[in-house]
Ligand binder design. Structure first.
Ligand code: ITT
Ligand code: NA
Length: 199
């Protein structure tokens, strides 16, 4: 069964394809509730799962850049800030700071309806909510430093996010996945999926 990755961001889908066999990117504009990344991702996955028919599992990814000297800005507003200020101006805000440490964080939320047929434990049929939708979340983060933009790869804030001397925009997808917030979360998710009975 394909995993529908509900995201407007082709870069996220490309990164996910390194961990998951059958990823289909889907545009669906789920509500971004107020809250931390996990709350936003889980609510988005649940909403998208139902809106897309309630059968194929759905994956949502909510990410943010947190700059220490800016009290975690842009954090949950990272998407809005990229669209309005832009990445170069986020660099210029940080340029004035001595401490340019930051981290990137993402939460993947996977909404699915486990197929319980045949593995009902004690064998009792309750006839209800045996296969209610479930949402699992997987978190990943990576420390880094905000630097003047370098590199043409990746997307979003990658040109200004340096990890171990290299910006994420200077890395290939595989190199970025090996160290990134999303790569860590995807690895956890792929491990978890491998342990699940097939739908
Ligand atoms: P969807 O919500 O449609 O998935 P988005 O790009 O808006 O796509 P987020 O809200 O999760 O995704 O991302 C918040 C911001 O952080 C947005 O500006 C992204 O471009 C940026 N971003 C997310 N992951 C990133 C990464 O791995 N490297 C650099 N920037 C990233
Ligand atoms: Na978004």
């Amino acid at each position: 069964m394909p995993i529908r990755f509900v995201t407007s961001n082709e870069g996220k889908a490309d990164e996910a394809r390194e961990y998951l066999d059958d990823v289909e990117r889907v545009d669906y504009d789920y509500t971004e509730v107020q809250g931390d990344l996990a709350t936003v991702a889980a609510a988005g996955a649940r909403e998208a799962f139902e809106a897309l028919g309630g059968v194929d599992p759905v994956l949502v990814d909510d990410a943010g850049l947190f700059v220490r000297a800016l009290d975690g800005f842009p954090g949950p507003y990272s998407s809005f800030v990229e669209d309005t200020l832009g990445v170069d101006r986020v660099w210029r805000l940080c340029e004035a700071e001595d401490d340019r440490r930051a981290h990137f964080r993402t939460v993947l939320a996977y909404a699915h309806r486990p197929d319980d047929a045949g593995d009902g434990g004690d064998g009792e049929e309750t006839g209800e909510s045996d296969n209610a939708v479930q949402v699992e979340t997987f978190e990943g983060s990576v420390p880094g430093t905000i630097v003047a933009p370098r590199g043409d790869g990746g997307f979003g804030y990658d040109p200004i996010f340096e990890h171990d001397g290299t910006t994420m925009a200077e890395m290939s997808t595989a190199e970025k996945n090996a160290v990134s917030h999303r790569g860590r979360a995807l690895a956890k998710f792929a491990d978890w999926l491998a342990g699940e009975p097939a739908d």
